[in-house]
Design a protein around this ligand. Structure first.
Ligand code: GDP
Length: 194
């Protein structure tokens, strides 16, 4: 399966020194949304993506390799409260530039805490990315924190926001319970196969 073969490739500090070849999917999300945990869970690896609470690390972009010139780009988590506003704004601008202009990018996995999806910053990412015409898959993480009724309600509410846009898909995910792995594999696998 796709994610089981995931290997750490490199860390880059500068969005202008990215590999020229190959295809990539990006994982983006507010810091603390559960992005690192999701990558580790998908890869069935305890510490592949480093779960870190150091604000300085938000500026690093980690590249992982699926093999066959296919990569996963772990984008810096946005919205870190501890980072000065001007630094945050600078990074968000770079993220926007990457999302809009990166030809190697074939799809975006947007990681959102299922308890508070589609924050203003999440919407800004979507506003940048959706006009490219590429697909977005929303992972509503930490779903174990919701009751069954809340899960259905949240899923429907987020889906309703994108009603009529076939490029946007939404699923529940829990790293704690290891739920949702196969669904993510199917979606991302289909992007690479297209
Ligand atoms: P990141 O900043 O987006 O990479 O978030 P992390 O993966 O570091 O997770 C942030 C916090 O949420 C950590 O304390 C994790 O243990 C917790 N967390 C992540 N995923 C889950 C999940 O599926 N369920 C629960 N209950 N907690 C989670």
């Amino acid at each position: 399966s796709l994610f089981r073969g995931l290997q750490f490739l490199t860390t880059v500090n500068d969005l202008s020194t990215l590999p020229q070849e190959g295809l990539e999917v990006a994982f983006a999300g507010r810091s603390n949304a559960g992005k690192s945990s999701a990558i580790n869970t998908l890869a069935n690896h305890t510490r592949l993506a480093f779960v870190s609470k150091t604000p300085g690390r938000t500026q690093h972009i980690n590249y992982f390799d699926f093999g066959n010139e296919r990569r996963l780009v772990d984008l810096p988590g946005y919205g870190y409260a501890e980072v000065p506003a001007n630094v945050r704004a600078h990074w968000e601008k770079l993220l926007g530039h990457y999302l809009v202009n990166r030809d190697n990018l074939i799809g975006l996995v947007l990681i959102m805490d299922a308890r508070r999806p589609l924050t203003e910053r999440d919407r800004r990412m979507l506003d940048w990315f959706l006009p490219t015409g590429k697909p977005v898959h929303c992972l509503l993480t930490k779903s174990d924190k919701l009751s069954n009724q809340e899960k259905i309600k949240t899923l429907r509410a987020v889906e309703a926001e994108f009603k009529g846009d076939p490029r946007v898909t939404v699923q529940l995910f829990s790293s704690l319970k290891k739920q949702g792995v196969e669904q993510t594999e199917q979606v991302v696998g289909a992007w690479f196969a297209a």
